[in-house]
Design a protein around this ligand. Structure first.
Ligand code: HEC
Ligand code: HEC
Ligand code: HEC
Ligand code: HEC
Length: 504
C-alpha cells in the first residue's frame, strides 16, 4: 500500500448471535419412516428444548451500512467439498447458496463498488478409503466445488496440502474439469510438470475506485503432518518452508501490485511470523488448522484475518480509498450465514443437483460395501441391538421406543443423507466399530440405541452380572453427539428428563 501509511480500523461487527431455527423434518415421509410408525413426540419436545430464539433481523441489518467502501473482499476456507449448510439442521449455518445470496445482495446495494472472493484453503474433501484413494463421493463433491466456484466467480483459491489429493488431477493434460475463472495458487507446493502459480495479481476496477487497484495474492500451505509426508512424496509433491518461500515470493512481486496479500492454510503462529518477517505485506488471509475463529490482529504492517471454520461466518473486508484513489484503510466483519440470508436461487439449484448426484454415488458405494460385507458371511459383533436388551429390560426399552433416539436415522433419510458417512455416525450405533456400517449392510444398527450410550453389550447380554456393564457418565457421554455444532441447544438438565430411564 502506498507509503505504508495506514489508518487501520478493525471492526469485528456483524457476528449476530441470533440462533436456533426450530423446524422439523419435511412432511414427506420416507417409506422407512412410515414403516417405523414414528411416535409423535418430536415437534413439541424439540421446541421445549430450544435455548435460543430463532434468528432475527433482516437481510438489510446484515448488510450493514454502506459507509462508502470502494471494494470488498469476501473470504472463506475449510469447505472440505461441502456445498451445503453444515451439520444437523437445528440451526444451519453456511452453505454456498447462502454465501452467494449475501454477496449478491451486497453487490446490488452498491453496484459501483468492486467485490472479489478468495478462499484460504481446504476447499476440497480429502476423504480417502483404506487404499489411500480419494473416495468416489469425495471426488464428485469436489467436482461440484469447481463448478460452484466458476458459477460464483471465486477469484483465488489457495491450495492447502489437504487439497492436493484431488487438486493434482486438475492439472492433468486430459482433465475434463478445469477451473477457468478461479486462479489456483501455491507458492510452496511443488511437483515436476505441475504448473501451479505461486501467486496471482488481480486488477480490480469500479466506479468508486479512481484508478484500478492491483491485488497480489500469494498462496501458502503449512507443511503436511509427518504421517502424510511419505504419501505426498510418492505422488511427487514436495513442500518448501512457507516462511522462506514467502520472503522469496515477496521479492518477486515487488512493485507489481498495490496491495500484497498472503492467502494461507497455517498452523498456529505461522501468520504472525510471516507478518513480522515481511515488511511489505499488507494482509494475511488465513485459515488456522485448529479451526477457531481468531480475532483480526495487526502485526507489523499487516492485518491478519482468519476465515471461520467451514465458512459458517463469511469474512468481509471492506477497502476505503482516498481522494486520489489510493486504498487507505480496511474494516473487517464476519457475517453469520444463518437463515435470515436468502439463498441465491441458481446456486441452490446447483447444490440440489450436486446432492442428488452425490446421493446416488454414496448409495452405490454403500451397496458395494454391503455386498463385500455379506460375502464375508455371518459375523459376530460386540453389539447386540436394543431388541436383545429388551428381553431383560422391557421398561427401559419401552421408554426408549418413545424417544427420538429410537428412530434417529429417519431424519437422515428425509434429507437424502442416509448414505453420507459425514452424518450417519451419530445417528446409529457403533459406526465403523463392528456396529453400523451403512444402512444396506447393517440396518439393525441404525438409530441411537441402548449401546450408543452404554457401549457394546454382547458380553453383558450373554452373561449379565451386576456391576460389570457400563452405566455411562453424563453429560460427557451425551456431548460426543450433542456437540455445539449439531445440538446447539443441549443442556443436560433439560434433555435428560425426556429420555430418563433406569429408575432415575
Ligand atoms: C456429532 C454427531 C452428529 C453428526 C455428525 C450429525 N448429527 Fe444430526 N443430530 C445429532 C444430534 C445430537 C441431534 C439432536 C440435536 C438436538 O435435538 O438438540 C441431531 C439431529 C438431527 C436432525 C433433526 C433436526 C431437527 O430439526 O430436529 C437432522 C435432520 C439431522 N440431525 C441431520 C444430520 C445430517 C444431514 C448430518 C450430516 C451432515 C448430521 N445430522 C450429522 C448429532 C449428529
Ligand atoms: C442416550 C443415551 C442412552 C440410551 C440410548 C440408553 N441409555 Fe440407559 N442409561 C443412560 C444413562 C446416562 C443412564 C444413567 C442414568 C443415571 O445415572 O441417572 C442409564 C441408565 C440405565 C439403566 C440403569 C442403570 C443403573 O445403574 O441402575 C439401565 C438398566 C439402562 N440404562 C438400560 C438401557 C436400555 C436397555 C436401553 C435401550 C433400550 C438404554 N438404557 C438406552 C443412557 C442411555
Ligand atoms: C439376559 C438378560 C439381559 C440382557 C439381554 C441384558 N441385560 Fe442388562 N442386566 C441384566 C441383569 C440381570 C442385570 C443386573 C440387574 C441387577 O441385579 O440390578 C443387568 C444390568 C444392566 C445395567 C446396570 C449396570 C450394572 O452392571 O449393574 C445396565 C445399564 C444394563 N443392564 C443395560 C443393558 C443393555 C444396554 C443391554 C443390551 C445391550 C442389556 N442390558 C442386556 C440382564 C440383561
Ligand atoms: C450416538 C449419538 C447420541 C448420543 C450419545 C446421545 N444422543 Fe441424544 N440424540 C441423538 C440424535 C441423532 C438425536 C436426534 C434424533 C432425531 O431428531 O430424530 C438425539 C435427540 C435427543 C433428544 C430429543 C429426543 C426427543 O425424543 O425429543 C434428547 C432429549 C436427547 N437426544 C438427549 C440425550 C441425552 C441426555 C444424552 C446423554 C445421556 C444423549 N442424548 C446422547 C444422538 C445422540
Amino acid at each position: 500500500m502506498s507509503n505504508r501509511k495506514r489508518a487501520l480500523s478493525l471492526a469485528v461487527i456483524g457476528i449476530f448471535f441470533v440462533t436456533t431455527l426450530v423446524y422439523y423434518v419435511s412432511p414427506q415421509r420416507t417409506q422407512a419412516q412410515q414403516q417405523a410408525q414414528i411416535p409423535q413426540t418430536g415437534q413439541s419436545d424439540r421446541e421445549k428444548l430450544a435455548k435460543n430464539p430463532p434468528p432475527s433481523g433482516t437481510l438489510k441489518d446484515r448488510l450493514g451500512k454502506d459507509d462508502g467502501y470502494a471494494m470488498t473482499l469476501f473470504f472463506s476456507a475449510d469447505i472440505g467439498g461441502n456445498l451445503e449448510v453444515c451439520g444437523c439442521p437445528i440451526r444451519p449455518l453456511g452453505g454456498i447458496a447462502r454465501r452467494l445470496g449475501y454477496i449478491n445482495a451486497f453487490r446490488q446495494r452498491s453496484p459501483d463498488a468492486a467485490t472479489i472472493m478468495v478462499d484460504a484453503g481446504h476447499i476440497f474433501s480429502d476423504e480417502t478409503s483404506e487404499n489411500g484413494e480419494l473416495n468416489a463421493d469425495a471426488k464428485l463433491m469436489n467436482d461440484w466445488i469447481i463448478r460452484a466456484n466458476e458459477q460464483m466467480d471465486l477469484a483465488v483459491v489457495n491450495l492447502a496440502h489437504r487439497d492436493l489429493k484431488y487438486a493434482a488431477r486438475l492439472f492433468d493434460a486430459n482433465a475434463v474439469l478445469k477451473p477457468e475463472k478461479s486462479a489456483l495458487i501455491s507458492a510452496n507446493i511443488k511437483k515436476p510438470n505441475l504448473n501451479l502459480a505461486p501467486y496471482t495479481i488481480k486488477t480490480v476496477t469500479a466506479k468508486r475506485l479512481k484508478k484500478p487497484v492491483r491485488l497480489a495474492f500469494i498462496g501458502l500451505s503449512e507443511l503436511p503432518p509427518d504421517d502424510k509426508k511419505d504419501a505426498f512424496a510418492k505422488q511427487g509433491f514436495s513442500f518448501e518452508d512457507p516462511l522462506e518461500t514467502a520472503k522469496n515470493t515477496m521479492a518477486e512481486i515487488k512493485d507489481k501490485a498495490d496491495i500484497n496479500i498472503i492467502v494461507g492454510y497455517f498452523k498456529p503462529g505461522t501468520a504472525n511470523k510471516l507478518a513480522t518477517q515481511n515488511n511489505d505485506l499488507d494482509l494475511i488471509i488465513a485459515y488456522d488448522e485448529r479451526g477457531f475463529v481468531h480475532d483480526p490482529k495487526q502485526v507489523n504492517n499487516a492485518l491478519i484475518l482468519y476465515a471461520s471454520h467451514q465458512s459458517k461466518y463469511l469474512g468481509e473486508l471492506r477497502f476505503y480509498a482516498d481522494a486520489r484513489g489510493e486504498i487507505e484503510n480496511f474494516t473487517n466483519r464476519y457475517v453469520e450465514l444463518d437463515s435470515v440470508i436468502p439463498d441465491d436461487p441458481a446456486m441452490l439449484e446447483t447444490t440440489k443437483k450436486a446432492r442428488a448426484e452425490i446421493g446416488i454415488v454414496q448409495q452405490r458405494m454403500a451397496e458395494e460395501l454391503a455386498a463385500a460385507h455379506a460375502a464375508k458371511g455371518n459375523q459376530t459383533s460386540i453389539y447386540v441391538t436394543s431388541e436383545t436388551c429388551a428381553k431383560c429390560h422391557q421398561d427401559e426399552y419401552d421408554k426408549w421406543k418413545q424417544t427420538r433416539h429410537s428412530h434417529a436415522f429417519a431424519v437422515l433419510e428425509a434429507k437424502n443423507r442416509a448414505f453420507d458417512n459425514a452424518c450417519v455416525g451419530c445417528h446409529s450405533v457403533g459406526f465403523q466399530k463392528q456396529g453400523f456400517l451403512n444402512i444396506k449392510a447393517t440396518p439393525q444398527f441404525a438409530n441411537v440405541q441402548c449401546e450408543s450410550c452404554h457401549g457394546p453389550g454382547a458380553e453383558h447380554a450373554a452373561k449379565p452380572q451386576k456391576g460389570l456393564y457400563k452405566t455411562p457418565s453424563t453429560p460427557s457421554m451425551c456431548i460426543t453427539c450433542h456437540d455445539r455444532e449439531n445440538s446447539p441447544d443441549f443442556v443436560f438438565a433439560k434433555y435428560w428428563p425426556l429420555i430418563a430411564h433406569g429408575g432415575k
